[in-house]
Design a protein around this ligand. Structure first.
Ligand code: AMP
Length: 526
């Protein structure tokens, strides 16, 4: 990468339904990079035909024709060992499918801007460590140099702030000292195709602080579509006696029809869903009222979480200055109406809900590079090198401790703690000359260990010889700024560091990562 500009840096919003990428212009303004078809967003859909992997619009069209070879909503399965169904008879890991999408984006970007040297990928704030690692691994498999992952709401807030303040002042060449003069507290409501995030961010002239975050990694537009699919399928069954959901092609067609109807209902009071099944066609009428009724429990879930975030930051709605809308589902009028009612404010949809996250990722990357190589970026906005972005952990981090009735979750780092953060706990060896200590690491809020997500086992190994029983071993567990977990162990008797590793529950080892990267080299991604 040329040392003095951002030309090889891209920000990637790897979305459930669509992905988007952005670069920075010489003065640091984020710009969407269109894909090779000239579209600003690329459907995150894959069609796998032998050694050919087709991504985007063409794959989306094939969803109805060849559902058994098509993958949709891969992001929802991130962190699992396998994508929901096999593709052309082959099982794929979600991070490998995501790597294909990233590879296609990288190729498209390189056609436009030349070699991509650095990338920032966004993740839902509510992603746990396993899902974050899977996203980073997808980047590595795709051959990207991922310099950071950043939470989607934080990226969106950065892009909004940039648009509001930075660009305006950069244009007048008076940026220094002109960033937001007073503190502004914004709530970012991000409802995409498959995930929901809500974050409260405090913006000040030189710092972005996330105060609290919450969400649901399996709640998004697809669930709204599902309600319409179920309603239309029931109408079809009542009229014709067979269920279109039982045939993969009819179901794929119905999903698309339901999504189109949902979009139409954002601008019209009523529309129709076409059901095609068993050589029969039926048109199902759907009004906005009925749509709202069918999906109200989903909206209520996001409403309760949104209210909780304000409360858990110790604030009230009076303290929130703005509500920013992110994600395609925020175009739906009931979503906007709910937020208007809840916050007492007009939600801000001034930036493209589809592109704002990728723009924020590019800005974040620019700030990182400006910080790492201060002086090498003469065109960077002056304050970038010193600008601080402070995030929080979206899940409590704990360890399993034995109790009289089983294992409990002993929380070391509570949810919504500002990052980076390190906490220590001292364990004792139980026998003489013990060689290792094992600790189960958990993410989650539940009291019982079994109700939390087990990230893996922390293994303190190769302890010095001849330690007496009950020797103190200190374990330091940290969340990095990217929300990833790391550990350090210390033998307190000698004061020396001891080998400590996290043996993860699932996910790929370094070796497997290399193998996957090799394997996709042989496939044509188009
Ligand atoms: P995203 O993940 O941010 O790309 O959001 C995609 C989700 O937004 C999908 O569920 C889309 O169906 C939904 N969406 C996009 N445009 C609209 C619209 N005009 N009205 C309702 N939902 C929409």
């Amino acid at each position: 990468m040329p040392q003095s500009d951002f030309s090889g840096l891209i920000g990637i919003d790897l979305g459930t339904t669509f992905s988007c990428m952005a670069r920075l212009s010489k003065d640091g303004t984020p710009v969407t990079i269109p894909n090779r078809e000239g579209d600003r967003i690329t459907p995150s859909v894959l069609l796998i035909e032998d050694d050919l992997v087709i991504i985007g619009k063409e794959a989306k069209r094939s969803e109805c024709l060849a559902p058994e070879k098509t993958a949709v909503c891969v992001k929802r399965d991130m962190g699992l060992d396998q994508y929901g169904h096999s593709l052309g008879g082959r099982a794929f890991r979600p991070e490998v499918l995501s790597a294909f999408i990233l590879k296609r984006l990288k190729n498209d970007a390189e056609n436009r801007i030349g070699p991509v040297t650095h990338a920032v990928i966004t993740v839902p704030a509510y992603f746990d460590d396993t899902r974050r690692k899977a996203t980073q691994d997808a980047g590595k498999i795709a051959g990207l140099n991922v310099i950071d992952i950043i939470n989607e709401p934080t990226a969106a807030a950065l892009a909004y702030a940039f648009d509001q303040h930075v660009r305006r002042h950069a244009e007048s060449n008076s940026l220094a000292g002109e960033l937001p003069k007073k503190e502004t507290t914004v709530l970012v409501y991000d409802l995409g195709g498959g995930t929901f995030d809500v974050s409260l961010v405090r913006m000040s002239p030189d710092k972005f602080e996330t105060l609290a975050t919450d969400g649901d990694v399996r709640l998004g537009g697809r669930d709204w579509d599902q309600r319409l699919v179920d309603y239309a399928a029931e109408q079809f069954i009542a009229a014709h006696g067979s269920d279109p959901r039982e045939d993969p092609e009819s179901l794929a067609f119905l999903y698309q029809a339901a999504e189109q109807a949902k979009h139409a209902l954002s601008v019209r009071p009523a529309t129709k869903i076409m059901v095609l099944h068993a050589a029969t066609r039926m048109s199902v009428e759907i009004t906005r009222e009925l749509f709202e009724e069918l999906t109200s429990s989903l909206l209520t879930r996001t409403e309760m979480t949104t209210d909780l975030v304000v409360e858990s930051a110790g604030l009230t709605w009076k303290d929130v200055d703005r509500v920013l809308l992110v994600g395609g589902m925020t175009r739906s009028p009931p979503v906007r109406e709910m937020l208007r009612r809840l916050s007492g404010k007009e939600p801000d949809a001034s930036l493209s809900a589809d592109e704002v996250v990728a723009h924020g990722a590019a800005i974040h990357g620019g700030m990182l590079l400006a910080r790492q190589r201060a002086g090498d970026f003469p065109d960077a906005p002056p304050r970038w090198a010193n600008f601080q972005t402070v995030d929080v952990n979206s899940h409590s981090l704990g360890v399993a401790v034995r109790t009289s009735s089983g294992y409990a979750n002993s929380i070391l780092i509570p949810k919504n703690t500002q990052l980076p953060v390190t906490k220590s706990k001292v364990y004792q060896t139980s026998s003489a000359n013990q060689k290792q200590v094992r600790v189960r690491i958990l993410e989650g809020e539940a009291v019982e260990a079994e109700a939390c997500v087990q990230i893996g086992e922390l293994l303190i190994r190769n302890l010095p010889p001849n330690l007496p029983p009950r020797s103190p071993i200190e374990v330091q567990v940290s969340y990095g700024t990217d929300g990833r977990i790391s550990v350090v162990g210390r033998d307190l008797t000698s004061g020396k560091l001891v080998e400590s590793v996290i043996v993860r529950e699932g996910g790929l080892t370094e070796n497997e990562l290399g193998q996957e990267a090799q394997r996709i080299v042989g496939l044509e991604v188009g």
